[in-house]
Every structure is written in C-alpha cells, then in structure tokens.
Design a protein. Sequence first.
Lengths: 506, 320
Amino acid sequence: MEVAGSPRTRLTMTDISKRFGATVALDRVDFSVAPGQVHGLVGENGAGKSTLMKALSGAVRPDEGRMWIDGRLHRPESPLDGRRAGVAMIYQELSLAPHLPVEENILLGVEPLRGPFLRRREMRRRAIEAMQRLGIGHVDPSLPVRRLQPAEQQLVEVARALVVGARLLVLDEPTSSLSQSDVQKLFRMIRSLRDRGHSIVYISHFLEEVQQVCDQYTVLRDGKLVESGRVRDVTVDLLAARMVGRSLTSLYPRSQRRPAATVLELSEWTSRIVRRAHLKLRRGEVLGIAGLVGAGRTELLRGIFGLDPVREGKIRVAAFEGPADPPSRWKQGVGMVSENRKEEGLALGLSVAENLTLTKLSELGPFGLVLARRQNRRGREWIERLDIRCQGPEQPALFLSGGNQQKVALARLLYHDADVLLLDEPTRGVDIGSKAEIYRLIDRLAVGEAGKPRAILMASSYLPELLGVCDRIAVMCRGRLVETRAAADWTEHEIMLAATGSAVVS
Amino acid sequence: MKPAKLQLWLDRFGPLLGLAFVLLLFSISRPATFPTWNNFEIMLLQTAVVGTAALGMTLIIISGGVDLSVGSNIALCTVAVASLLDTGWPPLAAALGGIVVGSLCGLLIGGLITRFRLAPFIVTLGMWGAIRGLAKGLAGEQMVFAPPTWLNDLLTSLGPGQRWLLFPAGVWLTIALAAATFVLLRWTRFGRHVYAIGSNEATARLCGVRVERTKALVYVLGGGFAGVAGVLQFSYLTMGDPTTAIGAELDVIAAVVIGGGSLAGGQGSVAGSMIGALIMTFVANGCTKLGLANWVQEIVTGSIIILAVALDRVRHRRPE
C-alpha cells in the first residue's frame, strides 16, 4: 500500500467495510481521488454511496478499513474532524440558514472577529472573494439566502466550503433541482475548481452528467466496488448496466399507443405564472412538458389540478368545464403526483397503506368508517402489483427508499383509478432500476390495461426521459407554451433552444 | 424484526406502563390511603374536567395545532351555564347552551386560523386573553350563582344507595366521550384526515382532503369539548366563575403530550391522552398523600412531562 501514503493522491480509502445490524452497507470498498480530479461515484439507491461518503466525512465510523488524505492518516470521529481535514459535503438538501444574509451563511462558524465583535467589512470582503471565484460575484451578499435561486444557493454552499479551505468537495446530487443552464454553470464552476487543484467527488443519478463533467468513475452495487476507471473509456449504457448488474434492454419501453378522445383541454388559460396556454391531452397518450426551472411547468400542472389559483381562460376535463379544487378533480378522475415527494407527495409519518388510500377512504367501509383491515388489504394489493419493496402496508412511508416512495405516490393514482394523470417530475431522486419500472408503468397506463387507456401529462426537467417516454412534447418558456411537436420531431438541442426562448428553426 | 416489535409495543403501551408505575409506586408507599375505592373515585372526579378538555386537545394536536385558550373557554362556559340557569333555563338546555358557547369560540378560532392562515399558537394566545375577558365581562367580574339543579351532582361522590352506578355521572360522561372520540379518530374518514393533515398538510391537500374545513371542524369540536369540560367544572364549583381554570390549558396539553401526542402533529391517541390526564392526577394525589409540599408536586409533574417527551424522542428515533 505504498500508494496510500503518497501525496499524489488526495484521498485514499482502502478496504472500507460497514455493517448496520444484519445489512452490509459497505464491503471492503477501495476508493481514491487524485488532486485536480473530478470523480463520479454512481450506483443505485442503497448501493453504499452515501455511507462511503459519510465514512469520509466522519458522520459514520467504518468497521474496517483505513483512509488517507494528502498522505496523512484520516480517522475522523465526527463531521467536524472531516471538515478540519478539508472535506466538504454538499448535500441535495441544502443546509443553509434561509433567513441569514449570504455573507453570514458563507462565513458561518468562521466569522472574522475583533474581540467579541464581528469584523463586518472583512466578512464581506471574504464572502465576495469566494463568490467571485464561483462566478456569482453579482449576487448581493447582504441578501437573505432564501431570496436566491436554487442554483445560487447551492453555490453559496460551495463558497462556504472554499472559505474554510476545503480541498475535497463531495457534491451529492447537486443538479436534481437545477435547470439545464444552471447545470452548465455548475459544471463550469466544477471545472475551474478542478483546474485549481481541488478534488471533487460527484454523486449523481444522471449518468450523462457524470460523462460530461467527471474524469474518473467508480460504480458501487450492494455495498461492493463493481468497477472503477476512466470516464472516457466507458459509455452511459455500460455504466447503467454495471449499476443494475444486468443490461437494461430498453430503459424506455414504448408500446403501440392509440390516442383517442380529448379528455383535457385548455384555452387562453392563465394563472400567476402560466400565460394563455392552449393544450389538448388525449386518452392513450403521454404528453411531456419541458422547460427550464421557473418556466411554469409545475405551475401548469398545479393550476390544472386546482392547487394554484387560475386567473382566466377555459379548462375542460372530460365533461367538466371550468376550474375546480383538488377534491373535485379527484372526483372527476384526475390525479396528481407532486414533484416534491417529501414535503408534499407523501405524508411520511403515515403508513404505506394510508398514503395509498388517502384520496378515497370512502371505499374502505360503510358510513364514512375506515376499516384498517380493508385499508391494509388494498395496500397489500398495490404493493404486490407495483412491486413496492417494504415490510408491509403498515410500515411508515418514511422507511422506504426514494424509488419505492415514488411508487407509492403513483400507486395512489392507480388505487384511485384516475383517468388523467398529472405527473410532476415522476422520477426525481429515484434510482435507475426504479426509473425503468416507472417508465414501464407509464407506458402500460397509456396503452391501457383492460381496455382503459389513460391520459398522462408529465412535466420533467430530464430531457432523455421526456424524449423516451412521451408521444408529444410541449416546451414552456417564461410561462408560455411555445411549441408542441411529436416527440420524434424534437432533439434535445431543439428543446433547449425553445426552452431558452431562442429562435426555433422548424 | 425484534426491535421493530418492541418499538410498536412501546408505542402502544408506553404511557400505560407509566401509569402502572405511578400507581404501584404510591400504592406501595401509601398502602392504606392511596389504593382505596374512595380515593380512586376522587381521583377520577378530579380528572374529569382536564380529561374531557384533553379529548378536544387530542384532535387539535394531532391536526398539527394547539389551543391555549382552553382554560379561558372552560371559565366562560361555567359563567354561561350559571347565567342561563339563573335566567330560568332548564338544566339540560343550560348545559347544552354552555357547550354551544364553547363550540362557537372554537369556530371563531378555527375560522381565524384557516381563513387568514394564522398560526394556531398566536390565535389561541390572543383568544386566551379575549375569552377570559369576555367571561369576566359577562359575569360582571364576580361569581355567578345559580339555583341548585341536578347539574350540581355530576361530579359529587356517590351516596350509599348509588353504589351500583360505579362512578358519578360526570365520569361516565367523560368515558363515553372518550370512546366516541376514539372511534371518530380511528375509524372514520374525518379522523384519518385529521391524522393526514397533521402528518403532512400539503399531502392532504394534494390528495383532495378539504383541509380548511376539516381543521375548522377540529377547533369547533375542541371548543365543544371545552364546553363539556366547562359544564363539569360548573358542576364541581356549583357556580359560574370567570377566574376558574386558570392555567388549565397547560394541564390539558401536558396530558396529551404525556400520552404520546406530538406538537408537530400527526401523532397522538385518545387512550394516551386519558392515561396522561390520569398520570397527572395520580401524581398530584399521591404527593398529597405522601405529605409532600405543593412545590414538590409541581416539580414532579413538570419532570414527568419532560421525561415523557424525551422517551417519545427515543422511541421515534429515525433509523439512519
């Protein structure tokens, strides 16, 4: 293990093992990152990525194995030790204080002092310096962080890491809430940090991103190291196959679909964000909504479902004219999956069965009674049909993996027997195996089991999935539906042009 | 599956275990005076008011809210019942009148919370003062005396000829209401919606739950239960008193919290709250029997509240 102590690697982890009770989270994993390298760490949910990174940061103590940072033995007892050793974790969920100004967030815990007093001017200087390095020098450092765009907030978090002198940054799913152009900005920032000698571990479900921004990659599966190598020697398909341990014949199945009668129609439809939208959705088709963050995709879906107020315009759902609130929409056979699974999609404290049946408790007993036995039976039914991995219908949704939680959210629509499905980012934060299952499910629903094809309106920021799953794709830009075409007539590039408001060459 | 089973078991029987412990402790240390039928009857009488109000508070806390105005509402209802009796209303009508007054207070609270999206803590803090003031105004800042009726006997110890009743009527009333609330929460759509709203309001809204209406109804019911508690309190005092039940809201909230209710919403149970109320009465009564000073009692009760919540945290610790 000469390499281990060598200063030529920034981080070396050897033979890292960790058990939680009976489950082996990590099984003798080796992992190393060189200075000035972006290393992609991929694997399905539960493959051990986060446990490995927690071992690095000190949040988890490995049972076996050793770590070195810049040639020095690294044995963190706590996340604070990890930070002192120059490790910065930047998680999916931001850990900023939303009410504090940008500069105070950046220097939180390392404020420059004179006696007991803050050196305000020095704070600002250091904050601005870090921000300029990240290309957000234009942001006012006295603004409360919650007023910033998600992308900028993320950069504030990175700035915080730079200020404390982090040499090893771990970015965990940094792009899941970013628009395409913000992703490109983030990548530019990552490259410039790399060029200045920082090491970056990049965790993402988006293999295309790994291919774009990473130099090296490591694949974990079931807590074991599967493969490690240079990104330029591997394809996205190969990476995906390594992750799931089998080749995915087709991630996006597409059966013969027969669009029938129009069941959802908008004309001149205007809400707070969406302006004068025209749209027709037919039974038996999947219509995708593309657009940048803030373009109004989510607002379109929420407005249709009655979660956001509508200003004017016409809407018709099957035989029902006019706006309606969510209870009426459910009754009309419309169901919605929220983009925000944890805060809106599911009540995580409630059981799987309760989450599943919440929209239609009336089926579970006479006179408004809810019989737990019947509720759990229905829960069990859908757990089986969608292959939701959990201990049973009574397990709180909290304990399920992201992919299985999302399946519960989708199962709710099926239990309700909704005809028109509004899916907002249905595969966000979901591992690739579950993604494939969700795509298969969407295809099955559009084709229609038992001769009942459904109408599906699906908003997503992930273009390959829209192109793969949808029949037609409508692109939104600044609240307007700018153009709708058959999916086959779009390319990713053209969608981006339309979404950014550039001229579309038809 | 072992730890999960244990956790489930603790979830269900944790508060009961606490009650048994307290019972055993005082029974051993004061075998002659604590575990007697008479003493139990007295303790149940003492629990009836807080217990009834705790039923409403259970609903409110499960829905993710809180009601600080319960004590004031109880006082207002004693005044209302006494005044109505004084103006010649028959006892049953006067009692129902008191309950309606309580419900109306709840309706106002629920309306303010849902219509203007105000925090329940703030709204009920305001109502805590306002309702107390209203009670004092109605009563002319003094006790309101009422002609004696059967209402006065709801919470008096049973005479020798009434032993077959087991408990006084007021205690039976509390038990019946507890059973009804249990069914409401556990087995009706409304009840499941209350849990869903407390667990995650956005999810409930997404799923078509009429969140505003359900919440408003929760506060109306809460006010109604405070009204019943007011009737019982009137019975106990045999008059209306605008300064009664000061600080009762804290006892009521404590009962729910000891019983496993979470102020974050989504958790709590009728059985737990009733046990919580009993634990507090047992401790107060037992401490008196032990000859401990009032201040010791207060420290013990306070510690139990904190201990109960701490245990709850341990029980519900999320896996990594």
